[in-house]
Design a protein around this ligand. Sequence first.
Ligand SMILES: Nc1ncnc2c1ncn2[C@@H]1O[C@H](COP(=O)(O)OP(=O)(O)OP(=O)(O)O)[C@@H](O)[C@H]1O
Ligand SMILES: [Mg+2]
Length: 258
Amino acid sequence: MTAPEKSATRIETQDLSVHFEDRSALNAIDLSLSPGEIVALVGPNGAGKSTLMRVLAGMLPPSHGRVLVDGQASHGPNACIIYVPQRSAVDWTFPIDVTEVVLLARRKARSRLLPYGGADREAALRVLTSVGMEPFAHVQISRLSGGQQQRVFLARALLQNGDVYLLDEPFTGVDVPTQDVVVEVLRELASRGKTIVFATHDLHQAFTSSNRVILLNRTIIADGPTSEVATDANLRATFGGTSSMFDLVDLMNGTAQR
Ligand SMILES: Nc1ncnc2c1ncn2[C@@H]1O[C@H](COP(=O)(O)OP(=O)(O)OP(=O)(O)O)[C@@H](O)[C@H]1O
Ligand SMILES: [Mg+2]
């Protein structure tokens, strides 16, 4: 019998709210995330998806309520919780190459003055290979396309070796092969007992790549197994409603008009 890699991390929120000066971004959020889940966090622009992820990652304090990590109140970043930001939130003009971006994952574990060792570089190359980016190892990050940058970010997260991965819009603006790479990596992580949460407003990706969906629009509209959450009423309550969404629900229910 093989021993589990490491005890998995469980995250909960209790009556969590976030208010910015002039607006409420999240209200009364209660959720619990378990090891091995792939959770799609779905909602329109401004729904609070990034805010929720940043609070879960300990980067932003809640205005009310709390985050529990393995039953203990959390008051800041936790090394086992990895947040991969929205691509638009990153300064891509930073003059470093792909390998160095990935190696930043190891930065905290070592002195700033020491050069990276051979083992670190080998590990970086291994994760770059797993996302199909090893031919770009020495290319400046600013010279990559958006989808290639997304793959590099995923590689960096893999090298961080967390228990919980919070990915903010990993599918936005990337082509189908890159989406497939991302899904493959997420499934592999989940199969090793990691918890995965990804934010998206792409319903197709949400419903095909997750086993649980949380519909968010400042509050949780619905939360459950993917097949149960995809109802017309839930989507209308979350997004307000456009025909394409309901076509998608029809498609998933096998009732689409062709
Ligand atoms: N630092 C901040 N200061 C003030 N308001 C903020 C801040 N960050 C987010 N907000 C507000 O909180 C709300 C939720 O924003 P958030 O970025 O979490 O939404 P989102 O669901 O991630 O949207 P998107 O799909 O556009 O990424 C928005 O109304 C936004 O304007
Ligand atoms: Mg966002």
